[in-house]
Design a protein around this ligand. Sequence first.
Ligand code: PHE
Length: 368
Amino acid sequence: MTETDDLKTHLLTAIEAAAGLDALETVRVEALGKQGRVTALLKSLGSLTPEERQVQGPAIHGLREAVTTAIATRKAALESAALEAKLAAERVDMTLPVDVPLAGTIHPVSQVMDELAEIFADLGFAVATGPELETDWHNFTALNIPESHPARAMHDTFYLAGEHTPEDRERPRLLRTHTSPVQIRTMLSQKPPIRIIAPGRTYRSDSDATHTPMFHQVEGLVIDKGITMGHLKWTLETFLKAFFERDDIVLRLRPSYFPFTEPSAEVDVGYTLQKGKRVIGGGGDVENGGWMEVLGSGMVHPKVIAACGLDPEEWQGFAFGCGIDRLAMLKYGMDDLRAFFDGDIRWLKHYGFSALDVPTLSGGVGAA
Ligand code: PHE
């Protein structure tokens, strides 16, 4: 037996015996790495006489071939064994009775909705709801977004099949793109004064790490006499202080545009940087933090009040809209929105809440 044959037997045995990917890598480095034994043999070819090379050349190249192929085969086998083991370990038998420690948790979105209801109930707001399959009229027209309005294009609306007219108030034609149609439904169905929040699902054709086709918003609406932007700002400040459980919440209202409010303001909340992470509270300055947009808001447009059959000379109000998923991410520290809707029990065990974590103002709305 030649030295090359010996080495081949040794290496092929070692490859076959490698119990894991790490062990296999060690053998690969020993054979084919920069200082490897096969590499050394290949290098030695240069110093041989032409006659020697004729004999040694094919043997050494053959050795390299054999070792490379054996490593690839072994690697594939180890990888598929690892996958099989992972699948077996993560197998959930859906036919078994519920194992109590594994049982579901309260989703952070549900938890935050309960927190919102609790905070706003204390300010005298009731919870209102509306359908997710909406009419064009409620979702757009009554909100001062007529057919030709560019805001319609910005909403990336999911439409249902079938005929419709923009004035049809009965037949649903789309998945609501925001919770603002609940403003309309509430003003049509109850007499002012009105104080409601409307949390719920909303839909837009959009998807990345911070957008999902279905997401959640909460709408707020106040209609009364003599309502001003001051009431709006105080309400939002009180809400955000209670929600983030901090007194040092700083708000910035930036002039903005929504067809259904006039004037309109986008609301930013100050954050400070702590160990590179954004923490809501204080801040606003560029050095140690900055501003994060959390809400759209404004004074309800007189045309919207009139579309609901109320006299805008008599009644005024403010409205705001806010992404619930984003609020949850800011408060509880998730960074990928898509995971909210995967239904992965491990994620829910980590971020979910116990059914006993009922938010109360006295206990702090955040769960213990
Ligand atoms: N509906 C708006 C949106 O989805 C938010 C908003 C609600 C703005 C109420 C002002 C008043 O972006």
